[in-house]
Design a protein around this ligand. Structure first.
Ligand SMILES: [Zn+2]
Length: 194
């Protein structure tokens, strides 16, 4: 795909970087207000294996899909909405949104690359993170149907970012000491003021 690099430029980790019209921007702000923000303690916690595929799980998945869309993200993990269960939603391509429950990354390519990532829970900063270029992801969908997906490029990066969220690991834990320091320099004053 010749325009692949251009597509990747607009997507940072789990965040789509683009200008929105005022109505979409208002929706984005409302959605972000419902997503836990750094340094919320839920973001540091490890999520639990999902055992019940009930109505409650379906509603959670629906809510997360809507929040991800409104927040202009391409991925959202349950810990980011304060639910300590192993599931995330993500957008592997323009017109596809998937929920992955009990995700496992079973294969990582040896080849890695470094790109700037953003996070719906850490607004206003991006940090460089080294990730595998390709992954194989297994899990189940929200109805319990088995999934095995091979991903490359931004989608591979996104599911590594989401899986980290379920283990309480943030992009700030994966970046260089210098970039972490710089990001915290932006985030800390904001935390003290709020
Ligand atoms: Zn994130």
């Amino acid at each position: 795909m010749s325009d692949h690099d251009e597509d990747d430029d607009a997507i940072e980790g789990q965040v789509r970087d683009e200008e929105l019209d005022p109505e979409r921007e208002a929706r984005r702000r409302i959605a972000l207000a419902q997503i836990r923000q750094y340094p919320d303690s839920a973001l540091k916690m490890k999520a639990h294996h999902v055992v019940a595929f009930d109505d409650e799980l379906q509603s959670l998945v629906e809510r997360m899909k809507l929040l991800m869309r409104d927040a202009n993200g391409i991925g959202l993990a349950a810990t980011q909405v304060g639910v300590l269960r192993r599931l995330f939603v993500f957008q592997p391509s323009e017109d596809e949104v998937l929920a992955v429950v009990n995700p496992e990354i079973v294969e990582l390519s040896e080849e890695t690359d470094v790109a700037d990532e953003g996070c719906l829970s850490i607004q206003g900063v991006t940090v460089p993170v080294e990730r595998a270029v390709g992954v194989t992801l297994t899990g189940v969908d929200e109805h319990g149907g088995e999934l095995r997906i091979e991903l490359e490029g931004y989608a591979a990066r996104c599911v590594q970012h989401e899986t980290d969220h379920l283990d309480g690991i943030l992009m700030l834990d994966r970046t260089t000491p210098e970039a972490r320091k710089e990001a915290l320099g932006v985030l800390r004053p904001r935390i003290l003021l709020s």
